[in-house]
Design a protein around this ligand. Structure first.
Ligand SMILES: Nc1ncnc2c1ncn2[C@@H]1O[C@H](COP(=O)(O)OP(=O)(O)OP(=O)(O)O)[C@@H](O)[C@H]1O
Ligand SMILES: [Mg+2]
Length: 370
């Protein structure tokens, strides 16, 4: 049995005619690290607030170990929470804030002292124990909130962008720390982030939200390698896209598609394409799979789209190349998509100049059609 079940959950806020959460069905397994990822306003915080008990679903059920938790107030749900706008108690010191969940559970004072010390050490804030929240930075406040959520060793921890105010280095350190805590304590974690690399670092599974619904729920690798639609494909990692229609039939492993002006391209076969009517579709190629050459014969593939080089940016470990597709391969009359390529320093053709024509190539197995 799943630890948590959302069963046809809807949330309509008063005064809004759109559902913030729209028929959510979600099972969270005991011990897993589940991340909710999605654009601003897609319903991630609302989902977490309903689980924590700060918002009630308009309809549907939320169950914990099979039992409905609707009637339980937040403090009886025994969940550690770090919310976007869930501030610390301003009149208490850092140490008192972290001690709070233990004091309300009536632990002996010596145990409280020891646990608070250990929790503050984990988030590297021992030196700030006696300060008030308004005497520390935003990032330090986030770490106090994290310590307070973990200190009573809850079975379930909910975190809404808990690392968003930290600088990159500290954020990466805290990600590793959260990963370690998750493994060691065996707690179930439900985590919200905007940051796809953070989602990939931490999660067993990621739920990609859009308009209050889950577009896809899968492991980070599966989401990246086998997204089920263009939204997921472009939300996790970059993706280049072009409108196509299914062309001649291809074979078991490959599909042939046509751009609007008749350029044939070959991609991986998708079951839902074979035998489908000639409906509009989208071909996607990730930037790391694009090859670039001035001369199509140097590409080593017949998939070749012509483009103009718009920009060439050095990003340290790779080059980011921006290219405007030229007339022949663009879809609608005014559509001139820009594609991005990620090229290893050693693989960059010599003598590229902005404004020149080039060919973008890709292997059929590196392209998807939706
Ligand atoms: N208290 C509220 N009253 C009315 N509408 C709300 C309320 N809270 C959220 N909403 C609306 O519900 C939708 C979902 O909001 P939610 O906060 O869950 O999004 P989110 O995915 O967490 O976004 P973000 O990434 O910006 O934090 C949005 O359209 C938002 O405007
Ligand atoms: Mg939010």
């Amino acid at each position: 049995m799943a630890l948590i079940e959302f069963d046809h959950v809807f949330k309509h806020y008063v005064g809004s005619n759109q559902a913030a959460v729209d028929d959510l069905n979600l099972h969270i397994e005991a011990g897993e690290f589940l991340t909710l990822l999605g654009p601003s306003g897609s319903g991630k915080t609302t989902t977490l607030m309903m689980l924590a008990g700060f918002e009630a679903p308009t309809s549907g059920a939320i169950r914990f170990e099979g039992k409905s938790i609707e009637s339980l107030p937040p403090h009886q749900r025994n969940m550690g929470v770090v919310f976007q706008s869930y501030s610390l108690f301003p009149h208490m010191t850092v140490a008192e804030n972290v001690a709070f969940p233990l004091s309300v559970r009536k632990l002996p004072q010596d145990q409280i002292t020891e646990r608070v010390r250990a929790a503050l050490a984990k988030v590297r804030l021992e030196a700030f124990a006696q300060r008030k929240p308004n005497q520390i930075s935003g990032g330090q406040q986030q770490r106090v909130a994290l310590a307070r959520a973990l200190v009573f060793e809850p079975r379930l921890v909910l975190m809404d962008e808990p690392l968003s105010a930290l600088d990159k280095k500290l954020r990466e350190e805290m990600q590793l720390e959260i990963r370690r805590l998750h493994r060691e304590l065996g707690v179930t974690m439900v985590f919200v982030t905007h940051d796809q690399s953070e989602a990939m670092t931490l999660s067993d599974r990621v739920a990609v939200f859009n308009h209050g619904r889950i577009e896809q729920l899968a492991s980070p690798k599966e989401l990246y390698d086998a997204p089920i639609n263009p939204f997921v494909a472009s939300f996790l990692g970059d993706n280049n896209m072009i409108s196509v229609v299914p062309g001649s039939s291809g074979d078991n492993t490959h599909a042939v598609v046509k751009t609007s002006d008749g350029l044939n391209l070959v991609s991986r076969q998708r079951q839902d394409l074979s035998g489908a009517p000639a409906a509009a579709a989208t071909l996607c190629v990730r930037p790391e799979f694009l090859r670039v050459a001035s001369d199509p014969s140097a590409l080593g593939t017949s998939n070749c789209i012509s483009a103009t080089l718009v920009d060439l940016i050095h990003q340290g470990d790779h080059w980011r190349l921006v290219a405007q597709l030229t007339g022949a391969a663009t879809g609608q009359a005014n559509e001139r998509p820009q594609w991005f390529a990620k090229i290893n320093p050693g693989a960059l053709p010599q003598g590229l100049v902005v404004g020149q024509n080039l060919c973008l190539g890709f292997r059929p197995e590196d392209a998807w059609v939706f």
